[in-house]
Design a protein around this ligand. Structure first.
Ligand SMILES: Cc1ncc(COP(=O)(O)O)c(C=O)c1O
Length: 360
């Protein structure tokens, strides 16, 4: 039996009719940008996250750029970013005028820690991008006394210590790219924050740096969540918790099937409910294992094989940074296994059986 890496279609099937109705309503209403659905989604998502403000933007990359500027990052400021994450986490720092300073991650959680961030601090550090990698919330870094932007693109629906991912920094950002845990039918993103001033600046930056469309106080962006995507996200949001529960059940099924006998599995520090956007394991022969899984019909994929401090576009930012041994080791050994809210125990068992052969 083939097992796909993601299954976005099955969870959406029962909602398709409602989604089509909501899209038709937007078309009939003819308000396509920053209309009532964006406003309502911003409120509903803020309530879900337990924060005061959500600002919808065009995608998760812009959300980081806007969020960092709203936190006060100015041209030339240093911003600490893990070297093991999607490229956008660092690209957005550069687009905000900042200089990414790469830090290492913890081997077992794959996330930054207070210590790995502390080791990368410079006199010019103005903010930290704390990525909830693969759906596991990163530790709360606010004890360091530097503004924290939580990149929760992969962690919608996760919880840490009773708080939602997205409420664990001074501001947080989300991506609603279709394959994400809360995925729209196109691009979308959001900035979330409890801070009224950060929210006001982010709201202005997403619309050309203007609050009233007459006076332009900042050089900003045209980066807005559109009405159709917001209308769809409003249908999906009430299902996010159940979907994340399904993702955790899939991870539990892998563990029950003995996945840890063959590969390294992610550590989950208590008290955390991860949202497993990706279920990522490690093996010293990662590429070989992956191609054997693929041969057996099990879709598996490498992520971040070339970590950010080794990407050509980041070359101007790596002089003087220390070695990042854990990032390098993880980048070489990571394999993402199939995961979705509807992955069955039988599928998990099949993947683990294929892993047993692939790693023999
Ligand atoms: C960790 C992380 N940050 C940022 C992004 C960027 O989001 P988007 O693709 O919506 O711009 C993504 C997703 O692709 C991501 O995985």
């Amino acid at each position: 039996m083939a097992v796909p890496l993601f299954d976005t279609a099955t969870p959406l099937a029962p909602l398709r009719e409602t989604i089509m109705e909501r899209i038709a309503e937007v078309v009939a209403d003819s308000r396509f940008v920053l209309g009532p659905n964006v406003q309502a989604f911003e409120q509903e998502f803020a309530e879900y996250l337990g924060v005061r403000h959500v600002i919808g933007v065009a995608n998760g990359t812009d959300a980081i750029t806007v969020g960092l500027r709203a936190l006060g990052v100015k041209p030339g400021d240093d911003v600490i970013v893990p070297a093991l994450t999607f490229y956008a986490s660092a690209e957005a720092v550069v687009n905000a005028g900042g200089r990414p300073v790469f830090c290492d991650v913890d081997h077992d959680t794959r996330n930054v820690t207070v210590e790995t961030v502390r080791a990368a601090l410079t006199p010019r550090t103005r903010a930290i991008v704390s990525v909830d990698l693969f759906g596991l919330p990163a530790p709360d870094l606010r004890e360091l006394g530097i503004p924290v932007l939580e990149d929760a693109a992969q962690a919608a629906g996760a919880r840490h210590n009773g708080a939602m991912a997205g409420a664990l920094g001074d501001a947080a950002t989300f991506s609603f790219y279709p394959s994400k845990n809360l995925g729209a039918f196109g691009d979308g993103g959001a900035v979330a924050t409890d801070n009224d001033d950060v929210a006001a600046l982010a709201r202005s930056l997403r619309f050309h740096g203007s609050r009233d469309k007459q006076t332009f106080e900042h050089v900003g962006y045209n980066s807005r969540l559109d009405e159709i995507q917001a209308a769809i996200l409003r249908v999906l949001l009430p299902h996010l918790d159940a979907w994340c529960h399904g993702r955790r059940a899939a991870a539990a099924a892998y563990e029950a099937a003995g996945v840890g006998r063959y590969v390294g599995v992610p550590a989950v520090p208590e008290p955390t409910d991860p949202a497993w956007h990706l279920y990522v394991v490690t093996h010293p022969r990662a590429d070989d294992v992956m191609s054997r899984l693929n041969d057996a019909g099990i879709q598996a994929r490498a992520y971040y094989r070339v970590p950010l401090h080794r990407q050509p576009a980041m070359a101007p930012f790596v002089d003087g940074i220390g070695p990042l041994p854990v990032t390098d080791q993880l980048a070489a050994t990571i394999v993402a296994l199939p995961i979705s809210p509807v992955l069955t125990e039988a599928q998990a068992g099949e993947v683990v059986a294929a892993l047993a052969e692939a790693t023999a």
